[in-house]
Design a protein around this ligand. Structure first.
Ligand code: LFR
Length: 475
C-alpha cells in the first residue's frame, strides 16, 4: 500500500518537537521538522512554562510540516503530564505553572487533611508525587473562576480546534480519575471542594478531538483532524516499546524522568505497591502503566546547565560521558529520588551536599560527578525493576530502555549490570512513534483491529536496537 503521513507534536520538559511520521507496508519513519528548547521560567509568583512560546513553535512547526508534506492526514499531540492551563472566555488565563514549583507543598497538606493518602491511593492508584494535579488544584487561585482546566496537550488541541476534551491517559495522572473506572472521581472533587465544572469530558486515544480552525485552517487544511493519542508522553512511549512479551519485559522510558515499570491489564493497588511508591497510570487500550517515577536525565542536564553557565560555553555531552566512563575506582552513589534534587538550580552543589551527608568522598571533577550521577540513576532504575518484578510476581527477563536515555551507553550498560538483565536500547523517539502509530491505527493503516502488540511489532521491525549484556562482576 501507499505510504501515508501524520504530524506528531511531542513536548518534553527540556525540549519539544514537531515530526512527520510516515507509515506504510514495512515502513515506519520519522522526519524531524522542528525542535525547540523548553524549561522552567522563574516568575515573581513561581515557576511557569512559557506556553505561549511553545505554542508559537508548535504552530510554526506544523506549518512547515504541511509545507513539506501536504498529504498529512491528521495531527497528534503529547506532552509531559499533570500540568494544565486555565481557560476563560476561550482564552488561556495565565502561563501554566511548572510542576517543579514549590507551591504544591501546601496543596499536599490540604488534600491529605481531607482524604488520607492511603485512601487517595485506593481511589486514583498514583504514587505520591507532590506535583500531581490534585495538589496543584488545591492551591490554585483561579480554578473556581475558570471555564476549563486543560492539561497541556488538551490545551494545544483546544487552541487548534476549539474543542475541549480531556484525553484519558494524561487525565489519569491528575489524581482526579478513578483507577477502577477511568472516570472523573466526582466524589473526591466534592470532598476537596474542587469544581467538577472545569473538567472536560474524557476521551480515549484514537478518537477525533476536532478539526483545525481559524487562520491555521488555510495552512493545515480545513478538514485536518486532531486525533487523540496517548497524550501523556509516557503513554505514547510505552506504545512504542518493542516488547515481544510484555509479561517478562520491564521498560524504562528515559528522558527528564526515568519511568520504570511493566504493563498490566488491571491496576495493582495494594498496600505493598503504595508503600513501594508504584503508580497505576492509564495506558492506551485500557492497559495499566505500573511504574515508578525515578529522577532521570534531569540530574545530568541540570548539572550541565550549571557548568555551562560557569564556563559561558557549551559542554559536549558525548565527551563528558566518555570522560565519565573512563573514571576508575570507587563511585559514590546517592539517592537519585532525593526530593531536594527536584527543583532547578545549583545541581552540582546540591548533589555534592547529598553525597557528603552519606559520608562518601565527593567526586573531585565533572567527569567523576557525571559518573556518580549516571551510576546513581542506574542504581535507582535497578531497584525499581526489581520491585516491579516482586510486586507483580513476574520473572522479568529483559529491560527495554527507550527515549533519549537509550543513547547514553554508560547508563544502558550500568542498568544492565545493576539489574543483571540484558538491556535492549531504542527507539530514541519512542514517544513520537507511539503518537504516530496510534493515529495511523485510527486511520485503519495498521490493519483491522491492530493490537498494541501489532504496533510494537512494527517498531521492532523498523528500528535497530542495541543490546547490552550484564557484566556479572560489576553487580
Ligand atoms: C515524563 C513525564 C512523567 C511525569 C512527569 C511530569 O515526561 O510525563 O511521566 O510524571 O513527566 O509530568
Amino acid at each position: 500500500g501507499a505510504t501515508r503521513a501524520v504530524a506528531a507534536v511531542d513536548l518534553g520538559a527540556t525540549s519539544g518537537r514537531v515530526m512527520i511520521g510516515r507509515v506504510g507496508d514495512g515502513i515506519l519513519e520519522l522526519e524531524s521538522v522542528a525542535r525547540f528548547p523548553n524549561g522552567p521560567v522563574a516568575g515573581p509568583d513561581g515557576l511557569h512554562w512559557d506556553f505561549s512560546a511553545l505554542y508559537g513553535h508548535i504552530v510554526e512547526g506544523l506549518r512547515e510540516a504541511f509545507r513539506r508534506e501536504p498529504g498529512i492526514t491528521s495531527i497528534g499531540i503529547d506532552s509531559w503530564a499533570v500540568d494544565y492551563g486555565l481557560v476563560s472566555g476561550g482564552r488561556l488565563v495565565a502561563e501554566p505553572f511548572h510542576y517543579r514549583d514549590e507551591r504544591t507543598a501546601d496543596g499536599v497538606e490540604r488534600v491529605h487533611a481531607r482524604v488520607p493518602f492511603a485512601e487517595l491511593y485506593r481511589r486514583n492508584g498514583l504514587q505520591f508525587l507532590p506535583f500531581n494535579t490534585v495538589y496543584q488544584f488545591a492551591v490554585e487561585e483561579g480554578v473556581d473562576d475558570a471555564d476549563a482546566a486543560l492539561l497541556i496537550p488538551d490545551l494545544v488541541a483546544f487552541l487548534l480546534t476549539g474543542r475541549r476534551v480531556a484525553e484519558r491517559t494524561n487525565a489519569s495522572t491528575t489524581g482526579l480519575v478513578r483507577v477502577d473506572t477511568g472516570e472523573w472521581d466526582l466524589d473526591l472533587l466534592d470532598r476537596l471542594g474542587l469544581p467538577a465544572s472545569v473538567l472536560p469530558g474524557l476521551i480515549d486515544p484514537g478518537e477525533v478531538v476536532g478539526t483545525v480552525q481559524g487562520d491555521l485552517a488555510d495552512a493545515l487544511g480545513a478538514t485536518t483532524p486532531v486525533i487523540a493519542v496517548g497524550s501523556h508522553d509516557t503513554a505514547s512511549a510505552v506504545v512504542a516499546v518493542p516488547m515481544t512479551d510484555a509479561a517478562t519485559a520491564a521498560y524504562i522510558s528515559c528522558g527528564t524522568w526515568g519511568l520504570v515499570g511493566v504493563e498490566l491489564d488491571a491496576p495493582l493497588v495494594t498496600d505493598a505497591a503504595r508503600e513501594a511508591g508504584f503508580t497505576n497510570e492509564g495506558g492506551v487500550d485500557g492497559r495499566i502503566r505500573f511504574l515508578q517515577n525515578v529522577a532521570g536525565l534531569w540530574l545530568l542536564s541540570e548539572s550541565i546547565r550549571a557548568w555551562e553557565a560557569d564556563d559561558g560555553a557549551a559542554i559536549d555531552l558525548p565527551s563528558l560521558l566518555d570522560a565519565a566512563a573512563a573514571v576508575t575506582g570507587e563511585v559514590a552513589l546517592f539517592d537519585a529520588n532525593d526530593p531536594r534534587l527536584s527543583a532547578p538550580g545549583d545541581m552540582p552543589e546540591r548533589i555534592a551536599a547529598v553525597l557528603a551527608e552519606t559520608g562518601a568522598a565527593v567526586p573531585r571533577d565533572r567527569a567523576a560527578l557525571t559518573r556518580s550521577i549516571v551510576e546513581s540513576i542506574a542504581a535507582a532504575f535497578a531497584d525499581a525493576v526489581r520491585t516491579a518484578g516482586e510486586l507483580t510476581g513476574r520473572a522479568l527477563e529483559v529491560v527495554h530502555i527507550v527515549g533519549g536515555g537509550s543513547l547514553n551507553r554508560l547508563l544502558c550498560q550500568a542498568t544492565a549490570d545493576r539489574t543483571g538483565l540484558p538491556v535492549l536500547a531504542g527507539p530514541v523517539e519512542a514517544t513520537a512513534l507511539g503518537n504516530v502509530l496510534v493515529q495511523a491505527r485510527a486511520h485503519g493503516w495498521c490493519g483491522p483491529d491492530a493490537t498494541l502488540e501489532d504496533l510494537r511489532a512494527r517498531v521492532a521491525e523498523s528500528v535497530p536496537l542495541e543490546r547490552y549484556a550484564p557484566r556479572g562482576d560489576a553487580r
